[in-house]
Write a protein that binds this ligand. Structure first.
Ligand SMILES: *Cc1c(COP(=O)(O)O)cnc(C)c1O
Length: 218
């Protein structure tokens, strides 16, 4: 099933749109099945879970952190991940930068936008995104490569459209500003129920779990 699901999704994604397989709660065997069917990027929400599956699957795929990263996990995270999609504060960016300096690498990151301006949600408020990115751009072991957003949870994907549009606007504004050490290449938006709308609104990276692996059982 996983193989068929993955191939179907890969076939229907427009050229230039990258697929991140959102793998939280999935076993290494399930993830491997997707990798064998052509999945190139695995997204994980927790450092501990990522460590376990990474030790079995390794560098044949890219690993992206798509869950909120706690600062005290940054040291481990920079050893596993090829991209951290969820940076939303200068404090977190500084910690990632510091840990990357120690192991002499530059971490590609996305800035997470709280496009629904929801109190409890992670992400920087839309109006604070550009000033934050200007500050982060001064850090030498981090490179901002784009934006990520979740948007409010909604049953109907049409309801997510305005939040994707808002994030796209910030993306385009940042592109036009040409901030040194900032490259607006990736716009990561859309999940199983909303990725088609997200692609219509400019996403070039989608994060899909359920539609690849089936319903999650915790
Ligand atoms: C779980 C998750 C997804 C994928 O969700 P599905 O609805 O299973 O496709 C995407 N992005 C993030 C950040 C997630 O935690």
């Amino acid at each position: 099933m996983i193989k068929e699901n993955l191939k179907r999704i890969l076939n229907e994604l427009p050229p230039g749109v990258k697929l991140v397989g959102a793998a939280k709660t999935r076993t290494p065997e399930e993830i491997m099945e997707a990798v064998e069917a052509g999945l190139e990027i695995v997204g994980e929400n927790y450092v501990q879970e990522a460590e376990k599956v990474f030790s079995q699957i390794g560098n044949r795929v890219e690993w992206h952190m798509i869950g909120h990263l706690q600062r005290n996990k940054a040291k481990k995270a920079v050893k596993i991940f090829d991209m951290i999609q969820t940076v939303d504060s200068l404090r977190l960016a500084k910690e990632i930068d510091k840990q990357c300096k120690k192991i002499d690498r530059v971490m590609p990151i996305l800035i997470e936008i709280n496009s629904g301006k929801e109190e409890q949600k992670a992400g920087v408020m839309p109006e604070d995104a550009i000033p934050l990115i200007e500050e982060i751009s001064a850090l030498s072991n981090i490179k901002v490569m784009g934006l990520m957003t979740m948007g409010p949870f909604t049953g109907n994907p049409e309801n997510a459209r305005p939040y994707f549009q808002k994030t796209r606007e910030i993306f385009e504004e940042l592109k036009s500003r040409n901030i040194p050490n900032v490259e607006m290449r990736y716009l990561s938006m859309g999940m199983s129920n909303s990725y088609k709308v997200a692609i219509e609104e400019g996403a070039n990276m989608v994060r899909i779990g359920t539609k690849i692996f089936g319903e999650r059982t915790y």
